[in-house]
Design a protein around this ligand. Structure first.
Ligand code: SAM
Length: 246
């Protein structure tokens, strides 16, 4: 087998095409219960992490925003409240089940946003278009993070900013407790709520193989972003990386 085309799927090494297929399987499986599981697993903390992200976005009335891997639309909803009627907020995701749930959920709140099903590695948007691009809990699942970051850089206008909210590497003393929670408790909750333990084991594993704070900062810089900084949230359980295109 050609090892150059291998990548991680959690702790497993798989062919790149196989990773995309299995990630799709995970999100097809969890889409219906995705929001409930987010609240249960994080004890509601994901709402605070997302609110912090919005606060760092600089999005205001009239802004153009791209929510990459936007799933069920939490960030898109908050962005569109800030961008107002004169703004433009796109909800995008590669997965039809997640996107359909997101679109319906926003429609139930009276919001009709433009939606596009697309791969972050090939964004169907022009160069230099958006004021802000976000990707929350999505980068970890992408096969070629460098290509996805290059695309996000391309579609940002000069002066625009990228926000990457993602699980990260927790403060060391907390690691044993966090490991217990991630590998023993979360898959159990997943089994009870979605009848799918494996997807939640993938969640825990994919976090462990995702680049740590400093490595991700370097990846953003390699993609061309400047003034890159990160904010550890909940002792590094999650980190928000922010970078600018100049
Ligand atoms: N952003 C939402 C949130 O914070 O609740 C959803 C995050 S969910 C954990 C991860 C999302 O990434 C899924 O909806 C999945 O379909 C999407 N995704 C995975 N690979 C992708 C890719 N290559 N391009 C676009 N979206 C992708």
């Amino acid at each position: 087998m050609n090892t150059q085309n291998q990548t991680h799927f959690g702790y497993e090494q798989v062919a790149e095409a196989e990773k995309a297929r299995r990630v799709a399987g995970v999100f097809d499986s969890v889409a219906q219960r995705y929001d409930l599981m987010n609240d249960l697993m994080s004890g509601g903390l994901h709402r605070l992490w997302k609110a912090f992200t919005i606060d760092r976005s600089g999005v205001r009335e009239g802004s153009r925003v791209l929510d990459v891997a936007g799933g069920t639309g939490d960030l898109s909803l908050a962005f569109s409240r800030r961008a107002g009627k004169s703004g433009q907020v796109w909800l995008t995701d590669i997965n039809n089940s997640m996107l359909t749930n997101g679109r319906d959920r926003l429609a139930d709140k009276g919001l009709l946003l433009p939606v596009a099903q697309c791969d972050a590695e090939k964004l169907p948007f022009p160069d230099d278009y958006f004021d802000c691009v976000s990707v929350a809990f999505g980068l970890r699942n992408m096969t070629h993070k460098d290509r996805a970051l290059a695309e996000m850089f391309r579609v940002l206008r000069p002066g625009g900013r990228l926000l990457v909210l993602e699980f990260s590497h927790v403060w060391k003393p907390l690691a044993p407790l966090y490991d217990f929670y991630s590998f023993k408790v979360i898959p159990r909750i997943g089994e009870l709520v979605t009848k799918d333990e494996a997807s939640y084991r993938y969640l825990a594993e994919s976090i462990r193989v995702h680049p740590d704070q400093e490595t991700l900062k370097t990846l953003l810089e390699q993609a061309g972003f400047e003034k890159v900084e990160y904010f550890n949230l909940t002792l590094g359980v999650v980190a928000l990386h922010r970078g600018f295109k100049f």
